[in-house]
Ligand binder design. Structure first.
Ligand code: HEM
Length: 277
């Protein structure tokens, strides 16, 4: 089967997981006119999808210029915040990070495929505050992540992916509560169709003129049933589910899906039990 990203095959724990990619591979594209999807979301949910801080417009303009180079075309931005104009032209969500008060802070973002957070909740936050809900982040990753931001070089493009399991196919998911409330209603025989792997493909690069950084987020969603088309992929997923660390499982609330996953994997011929039997 064709699957663009399968990060669970590499990791079932929190990880920095950054790797350098070619600048040509920066934005994955493939969506003819992202504004068609994003504009109605931005109009209906302004505070969830867009936020900026004072003094961020110059760096926003640098981000816009970088996106224009990547897309190979001019983006009309008159009358709009530059980062908003750039985000409406790309499939990715765009987050601007700037050094403020001795730390890297989120100074503007356009977020149309949020995985359980909103622009209003995170605007202005430092790397430490953004990751406060991630158990162990401060001890395991914060210093290294700051160092990555400090050490970004021009033309270096970094990529990381994360994954979780959801029972929704929508990319716009500012909160998990309504979705999770529906889990008890799911017919286990429908698990492959109803459950989806949700991957965030993120990139990071430097904006040299304003000494800022641009973080991008692209969400890819695959029904679990698609994995069953390929035995190796299915086994790799079963292995990831079984080996996920307790903190990772707890943060992503994977236990809510254990029973459904067991039924799905057994129905597909995987010898799998959540009890290890
Ligand atoms: C490139 C450096 C970064 C690294 C290594 C990193 C790492 C992580 C990790 C390990 C998690 C836990 C979920 C997962 O990915 O498995 C996470 C969650 C998160 N990250 Fe990052 N991150 C980075 C940059 C950023 C930036 C620039 C933002 C700004 C938007 C951000 C916002 C978040 C948010 C909002 C969450 C969810 C926290 C919650 O549960 O509320 N991260 N990040």
């Amino acid at each position: 089967m064709r699957l663009r990203h399968a990060p669970w095959e590499e990791n079932a724990d929190f990880a920095i997981g950054l790797r350098a990619i070619s600048p040509d591979a920066w934005l994955e594209g493939g969506e003819a006119d992202p504004a068609v999807r994003k504009d109605p979301l931005i109009a209906a949910h302004p505070a969830e999808t867009w936020a900026e801080t004072e003094g961020s417009r110059e760096a926003q303009a640098e981000a816009l210029a970088l996106v224009e180079v990547a897309l190979g075309r001019h983006i009309a931005a008159e009358g709009q915040a530059p980062l908003l104009a750039a985000a409406r032209a790309t499939a990715d969500d765009l987050c601007l990070m700037q050094r403020r008060d001795g730390d890297w802070r989120l100074t503007a973002l356009c977020l149309c495929a949020p995985t359980f957070f909103t622009a209003a909740q995170v605007i202005g936050r430092s790397l430490a505050d953004l990751h406060a809900p991630v158990e162990g982040f401060a001890e395991r990753f914060l210093t290294r992540t700051r160092r990555v931001f400090d050490g970004l070089r021009q033309d270096l493009v970094l990529e990381r992916r994360n994954w979780t399991l959801v029972n929704a196919a929508e990319r716009f998911m500012p909160s998990a509560a309504a979705m999770r409330a529906q889990i008890p209603e799911i017919d286990p025989a429908e698990s492959g169709r109803v459950l989806h792997l949700r991957v965030e493909r993120q990139t990071l690069r430097r904006l040299p003129r304003t000494d800022s950084a641009l973080f991008t987020i692209r969400v890819w969603i695959t029904p679990l049933a698609d994995l069953a088309e390929d035995r190796d992929r299915l086994s790799a997923f079963a292995k990831a589910w079984r080996s996920a660390t307790p903190t990772f499982r707890n943060y992503k609330q994977l236990a809510l899906y254990d029973r459904l996953i067991e039924v799905f994997l057994r129905a597909e011929g995987e010898n799998y039990s959540v009890n290890g039997n």
